[in-house]
Design a protein around this ligand. Structure first.
Ligand code: FES
Length: 103
């Protein structure tokens, strides 16, 4: 599943994510600096990403995810997501994400 990633220095890379894994797993396995300190338990927000324009539609975040993200100074409504909550499926091919600044 082809994903384009912009890191915090503006460098763009392409990665091939495995179906069924999370976007957070895919970013980490590519060596991108995603701390993901809670391991996907929706409690740290260190896996925060922005979804790029033109990306395929994603399921909406649940209330817990929005609550956690909105505590961040870098929260962007409608664009911010926790990458650990996005499970890669074939329809997400062409996804573009940008790593959010770290708090
Ligand atoms: Fe902690 Fe996503 S890894 S919230």
């Amino acid at each position: 599943i082809a994903i384009e990633v912009t890191d915090r220095k503006g460098r763009i890379s392409q990665l091939a994510g495995t179906e069924g894994l999370t976007l957070m797993d895919a970013l980490k396995s590519q060596g991108l600096p995603v701390a993901a300190t809670c391991g996907g338990a929706k409690s740290c927000a260190t896996c925060h990403v922005y979804i790029g324009e033109g990306s395929p539609p994603l399921d909406l975040p649940d209330e817990d995810e929005v609550d956690l993200l909105s505590e961040s100074d870098h929260y962007r409504e409608g664009v911010s997501r926790l990458s650990c909550q996005i499970v890669l499926v074939p329809t997400l091919g062409g996804l573009h994400v940008e790593l959010a600044p770290q708090d």
